[in-house]
Design a protein around this ligand. Structure first.
Ligand SMILES: [Cu+2]
Length: 207
C-alpha cells in the first residue's frame, strides 16, 4: 500500500512537471507572437512619414503690395519654398506707427479700391479665426500683426510647413491668394476676421 501511494505521488509529480513545461512553451510562443505584432505595427508608420513629392521643389516668388483705401501703404514680399517649408519676408512702408493686421485673403484680385475684391480670409480647413498655432483653431491665412516704426516701416518674417507654393494641395497652396494689410489690429478673437478694419494694402500671390 505504501508503495502504491509513492507510485501515485511520483506519477502526479511527473504530470505536474510536464504541465509546467508546456505552459513555459506557450508563454514563449506568446512572447514571440507579441514581438511579431509590434514589428507589423511599426512598418506602416515609416511609410506614412514619407515626405510629399513637392518637398524637393525649391521655389521663389516675389510680389508687390499696392496702396488701397486712399492709403500710402506699399511693400514687397518674397516667398521661398525649400525642403517643404515656406518662408515669407515682407517689407512694408507708408504705415502709421504701431500694430497692423496682415492676412492671406481668398483671391488674388486687388482690382477694387478697398481691397474687398480679394474676398474674406483664406480658410481652406474651415477653422475659426484665431492666433496662428492656437489649439482652438486658426485660418491658414492668419499671419497675425506686424509693427510699424515711427517712420512707418515694418518687416515681418514667417516660416511654416503649412503653406506651399503651387503644390496643388488646396489646404496649403498659397498661389492665387492675396496678401492684405489692415489699418487696424487683429484681436485674434472677433469672427470671422479679427476686427482689423480697413484694408490699406493689397497684393496677389501670383507668379
Ligand atoms: Cu484680413
Amino acid at each position: 500500500m505504501k508503495h502504491a501511494i509513492l507510485y501515485i505521488s511520483i506519477l502526479a509529480l511527473t504530470f505536474s512537471t510536464a504541465c509546467k513545461s508546456d505552459k513555459k512553451e506557450e508563454a514563449k510562443e506568446a512572447t514571440e507572437m507579441t514581438t511579431e505584432t509590434e514589428e507589423t505595427v511599426t512598418t506602416p508608420k515609416t511609410t506614412s512619414t514619407e515626405e510629399p513629392a513637392y518637398y524637393a521643389d525649391k521655389k521663389k516668388l516675389t510680389m508687390a503690395l499696392e496702396p488701397k483705401s486712399d492709403s500710402k501703404v506699399s511693400g514687397n514680399i518674397v516667398f521661398t519654398q525649400d525642403n517643404g517649408a515656406v518662408t515669407m519676408v515682407a517689407v512694408i512702408s507708408g504705415l502709421s506707427e504701431g500694430e497692423h493686421a496682415i492676412h492671406i485673403h481668398e483671391k488674388a484680385d486687388c482690382s477694387s479700391d478697398d481691397g474687398k475684391s480679394t474676398g474674406g480670409h483664406w480658410n481652406p480647413t474651415g477653422e475659426p479665426h484665431g492666433k496662428w498655432g492656437d489649439d482652438a483653431g486658426y485660418h491658414k491665412g492668419d499671419i497675425g500683426n506686424l509693427t510699424a516704426d515711427a517712420n512707418g516701416h515694418a518687416t515681418i518674417t514667417k516660416v511654416t510647413d503649412e503653406w506651399c507654393i503651387g503644390c496643388g494641395d488646396d489646404t496649403k497652396d498659397i498661389l492665387g491668394k492675396a496678401i492684405i494689410v489692415h489699418q487696424g489690429v487683429d484681436d485674434f478673437k472677433s469672427q470671422p476676421s479679427g476686427a482689423a478694419g480697413t484694408r490699406v494694402s493689397c497684393g496677389g500671390i501670383i507668379q
